[in-house]
Design a protein around this ligand. Structure first.
Ligand code: BES
Ligand code: MN
Ligand code: ZN
Length: 501
């Protein structure tokens, strides 16, 4: 088979780039030797005058617009301890939105510099309603997201050179900052893992590849990785999942990663990811425009795996089960037809009226399978509907839940992590259109409110636990010139596990 050999050969080209690490540094800024110090204008002026470089800095920053989001790189004379200062606009007390602007601009500039290390000193900025721990978390997340690059398949490409970033902290806030730094290192691994999976081409990243990548998590002592193959899923009665994977020559998998960081008796959090490694729509074929972006239809899977990586790296004291429903949605002689009726693992029957509404079909069997873990909560994450992009754009992921406390906790985690989410309803009324003349339900139910209709379909498989569904079709990847996976909502989910896991 041509594609198999070509893709294995291509996959081997994967570049091994060094990993970046965050750490804290205490002591006086005056004595800190660094290739690049990131700080405010006022602070830069103070330091420069102590280093006898005041005039040089004054000249360089003469026209600097000192507001949130402005940055200027100033090369310093030899008398200075810092070879460069990355001057960040604004100082004093700022809003959360302005702080985000400041660190995003600084991070974007840092990622372009040919330096291997930098030091952060933004301590003079205070953020309304936020503490120093949050400031470090937010700054380091901004850096993690901007230094990321995916150049595995480019013959020549420039990747970020940054390898260490020191957060300069005072003794009083040292332990809070160390906690933030530890978590940021873990989260970076999780984000990178998720984004790499999302960006891989669909001839490489198929269900077999997802399983191979998931198995890498099993190196850790507290982690067990396993998978249900198609034969096993058939015997469990997962007729909905099977109806999607049947049309593909690459076999589907239900991948299960179990992380036991908590007490034996602690009920686990179960994360379920939609892992459609390519969504052609099946026999209800999608139009051709931008169809390549349907390689991102496994970003739910990437996000739950990435979150699991972060949880393992941070040694979170929780039990976590990660389930990935991995399949390819292809048209073929044996693919599902509109009108086919299948039985789900729950026993409920589904009439498939549109083979492009495949996400809910693979997820409903994964939800039923999750019952056996007697979960504390179940959160599924999926690029489920185009309708959610119309509703929320790319600013927020959608949250649907049968439990207001869980919905609230997820939205709060989004607010704190800067990886925002907003709630949409999953009332039974949205499920009314799902009625079928021939089966217990159909897999589509009208175009209006399509994201809530899809959620209402899933809700029918969640009676046994507290559940939330996140529709990430608008947030998990970008289109256009910056096309690529964002890693969202790994930031939100990791924050949720830190605060409520
Ligand atoms: N994977 C798509 C949803 C999607 C669309 C994700 C755009 C990312 C960007 C999903 O499987 C799908 O095709 N949904 C259909 C559902 C419809 C047939 C009820 C949709 O949104 O059009
Ligand atoms: Mn689809
Ligand atoms: Zn899909």
């Amino acid at each position: 088979m041509l594609t198999a050999s070509v893709s294995t050969r291509i996959a081997r080209q994967r570049q091994v780039t060094g990993i970046m690490k965050y750490s804290t540094k205490t002591g006086s800024l005056n004595d800190l030797v660094t290739p690049c110090l990131v700080t405010t204008l006022a602070n830069a002026k103070k330091l420069a005058s102590q280093w006898k470089a005041g005039p040089a800095l004054s000249v360089a920053t003469k026209d600097f617009d000192d507001k949130a989001g402005s940055v200027l790189l100033v090369n310093m004379p030899d008398s200075a301890k810092a070879s460069r200062i990355l001057v960040c606009g604004s100082d004093g007390t700022v809003s959360v939105a302005d702080f985000n602007k400041i660190v995003n601009a600084a991070a974007a500039r840092l990622a372009t510099l040919k330096i291997t290390s930098a030091a952060l000193a933004l301590n003079t900025i205070t953020v309304t309603d936020r503490d120093v721990y949050w400031k470090i978390c937010t700054t380091l997340t901004a850096i993690s997201l901007s230094v990321y690059g995916f150049n595995n398949y480019k013959s020549s490409a420039q990747s970020a050179t940054l390898r260490t970033v020191h957060a300069v902290v005072d003794n009083r806030s040292r332990s809070a900052c160390q906690k933030a730094v530890r978590e940021a290192n873990a989260l970076k691994q999780g984000f990178d893992f998720a984004r790499d999976l999302g960006n891989q081409p669909p001839n490489v990243c198929n269900p077999t590849y997802l399983l191979r990548e998931a198995r890498k998590l099993g190196k850790s002592a507290k982690v067990k990785v396993s998978a249900l193959d198609e034969k096993k899923m058939e015997s469990l009665g997962m007729g909905a999942f099977m109806s999607v994977t049947r049309g593909s020559t690459t076999p589907g998998k239900m991948i299960i990663v179990e992380y036991s960081g908590g007490k034996k008796t602690d009920a686990p959090v179960v994360l379920i990811g939609k892992g459609i490694t390519f969504d052609t729509g099946g026999i209800s074929l999608k139009p051709g425009a931008a169809m390549d972006e349907m390689k991102f239809d496994m970003c739910g899977a990437a996000a739950v795996l990435g979150t699991t990586v972060a949880a393992i790296e941070a040694s979170l004291p929780i039990n976590l089960i990660c389930i990935v429903a991995a399949a390819e949605n292809m048209p073929a002689g044996n693919a599902s037809r509109p009108g086919d009726i299948v039985a789900t693992m729950s026993g409920k029957t589904v009439e498939i009226l549109n083979t492009d509404a495949e996400g809910r079909l693979v997820l409903c069997d994964a939800l039923t399978y999750a019952e056996r873990y007697k979960p504390k909560t179940v959160i599924d994450v999926a690029t489920l509907t185009g309708a959610v992009i119309v509703a929320l754009g790319s600013h927020a992921s959608a949250v649907f839940s049968n439990d207001q406390t869980l919905a609230r906790d997820l939205i709060d985690a989004g607010e704190i992590s800067g990886d925002r989410a907003w709630q949409l309803p999953v009332w039974e009324e949205y499920g009314q259109g799902l009625s079928s003349n021939f089966a217990d339900m159909a897999n589509i139910g009208g175009r209006d409110g399509g994201s809530s209709v899809a959620a209402a379909f899933l809700a029918r498989f969640t009676d046994k636990f507290t559940w939330a569904h996140m529709d990430i079709a608008g947030t998990a990847f970008r289109s256009g010139p910056r096309k690529g996976s964002t890693g969202r909502p790994v930031g939100l989910l990791f924050r949720y596990l830190l605060d409520h896991g």
